[in-house]
Design a binder for this molecule. Sequence first.
Ligand code: SF4
Length: 72
Amino acid sequence: MRIEVDRELCTSVASCVAIAPNTFELDDEGIAVVKNPTGDDRQTILQAAQSCPVNAIIIYDDDGKQIHPPLK
Ligand code: SF4
């Protein structure tokens, strides 16, 4: 699983940090960054991504297929 944060989209709501604090943190600019891609379990990380109001967290499976946000 690979996690990316779109820094252009992130609005510093920090719900990702609240849900998966071992995976995400806010940097000096208040933008979410991945501090440890395996800091929380897969389900928790997915929940964190789903909690992001602007879908700034993009998650790919091990084959490189995007699993969140769902592709239209
Ligand atoms: S929930 Fe989304 S907008 Fe909020 S800090 Fe995390 S990535 Fe940024």
